[in-house]
Design a protein around this ligand. Structure first.
Ligand code: SAM
Ligand code: SF4
Length: 362
């Protein structure tokens, strides 16, 4: 097996079967994959981590994804909506700390009022940071003209996970109705790419009913879609969600963690110059989970700069880390943590996807 892994890793292209074999590799095989992906990362994007200060601006959502703790039908979630003043204060903090970029994330709301609010926030964030803060948004599925408006107002990266590229699995983890439609999600990703966003997607790893073939196809989906960025994390169950009833089908949590690291490493091998985030959910499983992801191929970290009082309520899954901290605590702790990976931090840099720049040159 171990020799076979070395041979496969030397190939120009990886097939679905190769990827399945690599995803199933044992500890020795896994370490070979990690050594290879780590070298590719250092050769193609360098040993540098870029920050995206994450503002979880609201947990109000009109959808009811079966896995998510802030789904509309979860009546025990305490809802919040951070004021514009608080968002701008967090943006100022990120700018002063030279974070380079921000991510605005929230539950999915489609309304003219919400569209305007985001447009105004984008303009104001650009203004208070002298155009220095890069802005990623992750606000779900929206009409094309809304994506266009936000792009024109300063958002230049968008994160919309496909969650699973297999429509059958997609409909096992979402209700089957107009609001949760696989084709619509795909069309949104296409629209974002067409408008000119650096387009990011990703999947959850270790979902109930998910197979190794699904994961291999997810990787190939991302390659074929030609994404610029990826945010991919382990699925972690939440007690107040419908998917919780299938927890007996799940891989042990440590295996979901290792499998996520393998997915990150394999994506780095497949897509050498994209940006890959070390998802917060990794840290919910292993205290140095994100640092491990950085070692095997991730190059983006999203320090949570949501005001501390709201963090506990953006509870997508159990054991969400740092919900009792303030942004300042995170900064000090993170610098030390990145230090152990051997990477440095791209302070004050946007750290745009190199893949995107190349794609645009063509
Ligand atoms: N509402 C937007 C959307 O769905 O694209 C953005 C916010 S949503 C909370 C961000 C991501 O959280 C989702 O894409 C999903 O992959 C992830 N997520 C939700 N519930 C999760 C869970 N139980 N375990 C791991 N990740 C989860
Ligand atoms: Fe809403 Fe996003 Fe959670 Fe789905 S994953 S319920 S869209 S916040």
């Amino acid at each position: 097996m171990s020799n076979q892994i070395e041979t496969v890793l030397k190939q120009e292209q990886l097939s679905e079967q190769d990827l399945i074999m690599l995803l199933q590799s044992d500890k020795i095989g896994r370490n070979k994959i990690f050594t290879h992906s780590s070298k590719i990362k250092s050769d193609y994007v360098g040993k540098r981590v870029y920050y995206r200060g994450l503002i979880e601006m609201s947990n109000i959502c009109s959808k009811s994804c079966y896995y998510c703790g802030i789904r509309m039908d979860n009546k025990s979630a305490k809802r919040y909506n951070i004021s514009d003043e608080e968002i701008l204060k967090a943006a100022k903090f990120a700018h002063e700390k030279k974070y380079g970029s921000l991510v605005l994330q929230a539950g999915e709301i489609i309304s003219p009022v919400f569209t305007k609010r985001i447009s105004n926030l984008l303009k104001q964030i650009k203004e208070i940071s002298n155009n220095e803060l890069g802005i990623t948004i992750s606000l779900g599925e929206q009409p094309d003209e809304v994506y266009q408006e936000w792009f024109e107002n300063g958002a230049h990266r968008y994160l919309l996970r496909i969650e699973s590229s297999n429509p059958d699995l997609y409909y096992k983890i979402h209700p089957k109705n107009d609001k949760h439609n696989f084709e619509t999600r795909l069309a949104c990703l296409e629209s974002l790419q067409k408008i000119g966003y650096q387009t990011g997607t990703g999947v959850m790893v270790g979902l109930p009913f998910q197979t190794y073939q699904d994961l291999a196809r997810d990787l190939l989906f991302m390659r074929d879609f030609d994404i610029d960025m990826c945010g991919m994390g382990p699925y972690i169950e939440h007690v107040d969600t419908p998917l919780y009833q299938y927890r007996g089908l799940l891989l042990p949590i440590e295996d979901r963690f290792t499998l996520t690291l393998k997915m990150i490493a394999l994506l780095r091998i497949l897509m050498k110059d994209i940006n890959i985030a070390a998802a917060t959910a990794l840290q919910a499983i292993d205290p140095i989970g994100r640092e491990k992801a950085i070692k095997v191929g991730a190059n983006i970290l999203m320090p949570n700069i949501t005001p501390g009082m709201y963090r506990d309520d953006y509870k997508l899954y159990e054991n969400k880390p740092c919900t009792d901290e303030e942004a300042e605590d995170c900064t000090n702790c993170l610098e030390m943590r990145i230090g152990i990976t051997g990477d440095d931090i791209g302070y004050g840099e946007w750290g745009d996807s190199k893949h995107y720049s190349k794609r645009k040159e063509l």
